[in-house]
Structures are given as C-alpha cells and as structure tokens.
Design a binder for this molecule. Structure first.
Ligand code: O7E
Length: 199
C-alpha cells in the first residue's frame, strides 16, 4: 500500500474503474461534490467497499450544522470529512474531522494557518499543501505526531511525489497525475507515512 489518497474528481464510471484498479495499491480515495452530484450520497458507501473514503465537501458552517453534515457521511461509511479551517475557533471537532489549514493556491490562510493548527483541539488532522513542503515541515515540528497531515498539490499543481511525505505528511492526495496514468502510483513505492498508518 502506497501512502497515496486518490482524488476522484472524475465521472462515476471512471471512478469505479479506477477504484477497482487501485484498491490494493493506495491508502484511500477522496470524494468531492462532483462525484456526489453524479452518484448521490450512496456513492460514499459504494466506494467505501474498496478502501478508506475521505469526503471532501469543504464544510464551512456553524458547528451544530457542520457536525450533522459530517455525521451523515460517516454513517455512509466514510472514515472522515474535511472542514474549512477559517471556522476556527468555532470549528466542529471530532476524530473524523480533517481541518483545511493552508491551501495549495494563495489564500488568506497564508496569514493565519499557524494560529489555526496551534490550538485546534480534538480533531483527526490537517490538510496542508503538498506543493509547499517547507510548510509541512514547520507544521510537523509544531504538531509532533498528535495529528495526521494529508497533502494535496502533487503532480499537476507542482509538488513532487514523495516530497510532502519526506517533510512530515502522512499521505499525499493526488488527482490528475494518477487519474491520467494510474501506473504512476508506483512512484510512491517504499515511501511511508510520517506518523499514522491509516488516513
Ligand atoms: O491537482 P489535482 O488534480 O491533484 O487535485 C487536487 C485535489 O486536492 C482536488 O480534489 C482539490 O480539491 C484538492 N485540494 C487542492 O487541490 N488544494 C487544496 O488546498 C486543498 C485540496 C483539498 O483536497 O482539500 C481537502 C483535502
């Protein structure tokens, strides 16, 4: 199993083919709005049969509403869900929640991401940019192994496969680079998560 989570930003049929092809080779799959619009919420259960599923709706609402949305996708079989870190300090908390703290593209997070990660409380981990591994190293120093770090931005957005892992990430999230050529998962052979073995 390679420390890669495949972002399924593709059509339903293509996603199901890819999931069957890669189920033994990757740590999990990320499902977003596109696939849920096409397949309905039951697509979370369907893909969970083949591996760990992270649901990425980038939830951004008051905690009681955000928690209800997250509970619904967890009930369907997802391991976890992603919320926007700008909700801090009014974040939903829980072992299924990843907090997006800094993005692969420039945003206001660049000015506040350290404040978000420093005092976050009980959550599963953070999404931090894999195309900026220097920030992942900084985050890992601050966090120790208390939280997972998962990192998009590899391949199409400039990150080199493996660099985020070597800087302290547990999993790299990869979309187009692997979707265009699934054999590329072999580029992660021999690489290991920094702290956690499951996404
Ligand atoms: O560039 P790709 O094709 O490898 O796709 C990147 C995926 O990572 C895509 O699903 C996008 O929504 C997501 N992503 C970013 O590209 N940048 C970010 O800052 C954050 C995410 C993301 O996945 O956030 C939640 C995990």
């Amino acid at each position: 199993m390679n420390p890669v989570i495949v972002a399924l930003d593709i059509s339903l049929l293509k996603a199901l083919d890819l999931v069957k092809m890669l189920r033994e080779k990757v740590a999990g799959f990320k499902i977003g709005w596109e696939l849920i619009f096409e397949g309905g919420i039951s697509i979370v259960s369907e893909i969970s049969r083949y591996g760990n599923v992270i649901v990425d709706l980038k939830v951004a609402d008051v905690p009681h509403i955000a928690n209800r949305v997250i509970n619904k996708v967890i009930e369907k079989g997802a391991c976890c869900a992603i919320v926007h870190g700008f909700l801090y300090p009014s974040l939903p908390r829980g072992e299924n929640i990843y907090v997006l703290a800094k993005m692969t593209a420039p945003t206001l997070y660049d000015e506040v991401w350290e404040r978000i990660i420093e005092n976050v409380g009980e959550i599963r981990g953070f999404v931090l940019p894999g195309n900026q591994p220097e920030f992942i190293s900084r985050a890992r120093k601050i966090l120790g192994c208390k939280y997972r770090i998962i990192s998009p931005g590899i391949g199409a957005q400039g990150g080199q496969p493996g660099n985020a892992l070597r800087a302290g990430a547990d999993f790299e999230i990869v979309g187009r680079y692997v979707v265009e050529n699934p054999d590329r998962v072999a580029e992660w052979t021999g690489l290991r998560p920094a702290c956690f073995n499951t996404p």
